[in-house]
Design a protein around this ligand. Structure first.
Ligand code: ATP
Ligand code: MG
Length: 409
C-alpha cells in the first residue's frame, strides 16, 4: 500500500480540561522517542490529533510500534490529495484499487469539509467522489448504514486526507501522567497483566520481584527480567528491583506455622515494597491478585495481608476471570513467557492446605515472635539490586494480529 501519512487520535484524556495539555505532551514525547527509529518521519500536532508524514518510512512497522503508546486510541494510514475534486476522486480510486475489495463489499463515502472555503460541500463531495469510484469498481455496493468499507475524506486547508482503515491502539492515559506505583511482579500470568493495566491508566510502574536463591533458579530470575522487558516495550523503559527473599522465607518455615506461611510472606513482601516505594516516591502498590483465585486471594486473606501496608493497594484484576486475564496476557505478549515452567519463591515450601481464613491476631503474634524480622526486612531492602530495562526483545504470542511482526522499538 502506498500511504503518505499516519493519523493518530488521542483518547479520553482530551476531555480532561486543564490536564489536557499535560497529557498530550506526555503522549507526544513518547511518540517522538519511538520515531527515532524512523528518522524520516515528521510529526505535526493538532488539537486532539497527531499527523505523522511518512516520507518513505515503512508504515506497517510504524503502526505496530505506535499501537503500544498509551493515550492513542486509533491510527489511520492516509493518502494525501491536493485541494482539487478531480484529484481527490483519483486518490480515492487509487486507494480502493489497493484495498482490492471483494465482490459485494458494502461501501459509502463520508466526506468532511473542515476548511470551509473549499468550493464543494460535504454532500456534493460524497457524490462527486462516490460516483466515479462506483463506476470503476463493480464489486462495491452502496450501504449508507453499515458499510464494510467507509471511504473517509477530510478537506483541510493544508491538504485532503483520504483513508478508510481505523486501527485500534492501546488507549488509556499516557504513560506516567497519573503518578507512580510499585508493582509486585512474579513470573506468573497475572502480575504482568496487572502491570500493563496500571500503565494503561497512566501509572508509572516500578517492578519489584522477590527471589529465593538457591531455591529459585537463575532461569526464574531471567524470566522475570524478560517479562519486565516486554513491559518496557510499552513504557519505553522500566525499573526492576530484585529483592533477595531467602532468609525471610526460611525464617517463616521455621515457625512451624505451615498453613500461614503464604500470608506471612505476602505481608513481608508488602513491607519491603512499601519501603522501596518511599524511596522511589511511589504512592501505591499494585498486585496481580484476583478475588478467590487461590488461598491467599480470598477476601479474608486479602484483608489480613493488606494490613501490612498503609499505602493504597491496587488490584486491577481483582474482579476478572482467569480467562479474561489470559486473553490480555496473549494480547500484550506476556503469556508465552509467563507459562515457562520456572518455580516462583511462593511455590516453594507451599503447605498442603494454606489457610483461606487467616487470623490477624495470630499472624501478628507469629511476626512478633520473630525478633529479627524487621532487621531482615531492612537488610532485604539494602541488598536489593535494581535493573533499568530499555525496550528490547521480541513480540511474543500476540493474539490480536499486529499489522506486522517486528522487533520492539
Ligand atoms: P501471578 O500470576 O501474578 O503470579 P498468581 O495467581 O500466581 O499471580 P500468587 O502467586 O498468589 O498469584 O501471587 C499474587 C500476587 O502476589 C502476584 O500477582 C504478585 O503481584 C505478587 N507476587 C507473588 N509472588 C511474587 C514474587 N515472587 N515477587 C513479586 N511479587 C509476587
Ligand atoms: Mg504466582
Amino acid at each position: 500500500m502506498n500511504y503518505d501519512m499516519l493519523l493518530l487520535r488521542f483518547g479520553e484524556f482530551t476531555l480532561k480540561g486543564r490536564n489536557r495539555g499535560r497529557f498530550e505532551r506526555a503522549a507526544l514525547s513518547q511518540v517522538r522517542a519511538l520515531l527515532q527509529s524512523f528518522p524520516r518521519a515528521e510529526m505535526n500536532h493538532e488539537f486532539g490529533r497527531l499527523y505523522i508524514a511518512l516520507n518513505g518510512e515503512p508504515y506497517e512497522q510504524m503502526i505496530a510500534t505506535l499501537q503500544r503508546v498509551f493515550g492513542i486510541i486509533s491510527i489511520s494510514p492516509v493518502k494525501v490529495a491536493p485541494l482539487d475534486i478531480g484529484e481527490i476522486a483519483a486518490t480515492a480510486t487509487a486507494l480502493i484499487q489497493e484495498l482490492a475489495p471483494a465482490e459485494g463489499t458494502t461501501f459509502k463515502v463520508s466526506a468532511r469539509r473542515v476548511w470551509k472555503d473549499f468550493p464543494h460541500s460535504s454532500q456534493e463531495m460524497n457524490h462527486l467522489i462516490g460516483s466515479p469510484v462506483l463506476q470503476a469498481f463493480s464489486a462495491l455496493k452502496v450501504d449508507m448504514r453499515h458499510p464494510k468499507l467507509e471511504l473517509r475524506v477530510e478537506v483541510r486547508q493544508q491538504g485532503v486526507y483520504v483513508f478508510s482503515e481505523v486501527i485500534p491502539a492501546a488507549g488509556g492515559f499516557p504513560y506516567g501522567t497519573n503518578g507512580k506505583a510499585m508493582l509486585l511482579l512474579s513470573g506468573g500470568i497475572d502480575s504482568p497483566v496487572a502491570a500493563w493495566s496500571s500503565m494503561r491508566r497512566g501509572l508509572e510502574v516500578e517492578c519489584v520481584h522477590f527471589y529465593s536463591y538457591p531455591y529459585t533458579s537463575e532461569l526464574a530470575k531471567e524470566k522475570v527480567i524478560d517479562l519486565a522487558k516486554v513491559l518496557a516495550g510499552y513504557a519505553g523503559r522500566i525499573k526492576l528491583h530484585l529483592v533477595p527473599f531467602t532468609e525471610i522465607q526460611t525464617s517463616f518455615t521455621r515457625t512451624g506455622q505451615d498453613n500461614m506461611i503464604i500470608t506471612l510472606m505476602r505481608r513481608s513482601m508488602l513491607r519491603i515494597a512499601t519501603k522501596l516505594a518511599e524511596r522511589a516516591g511511589a504512592q501505591a502498590i499494585v498486585t496481580g491478585d484476583s478475588l478467590g483465585q487461590v488461598a491467599s486471594q480470598t477476601l479474608s486473606s486479602m484483608n489480613v495481608i493488606g494490613r501490612a501496608t498503609e499505602l493504597p493497594l491496587l488490584r486491577p484484576l481483582v474482579m476478572m476471570d482467569k480467562s479474561e486475564i489470559i486473553d490480555i496476557a496473549h494480547k500484550i505478549g506476556t503469556y508465552e513467557l509467563s507459562i515457562l515452567p520456572y518455580e516462583d519463591c511462593c511455590t516453594l515450601f507451599v503447605p498442603k492446605s494454606p489457610t483461606t481464613n487467616p487470623n490477624l491476631g495470630v499472624v501478628e503474634r507469629v511476626e512478633a515472635s520473630l525478633r529479627e524480622l524487621p532487621a531482615m526486612i531492612d537488610q532485604a531492602v539494602e541488598a536489593t539490586e535494581t535493573l533499568v530495562l530499555e525496550a528490547g526483545g521480541k513480540v511474543l504470542g500476540r493474539k490480536e494480529k499486529p499489522v506486522v511482526r517486528e522487533e520492539w522499538f
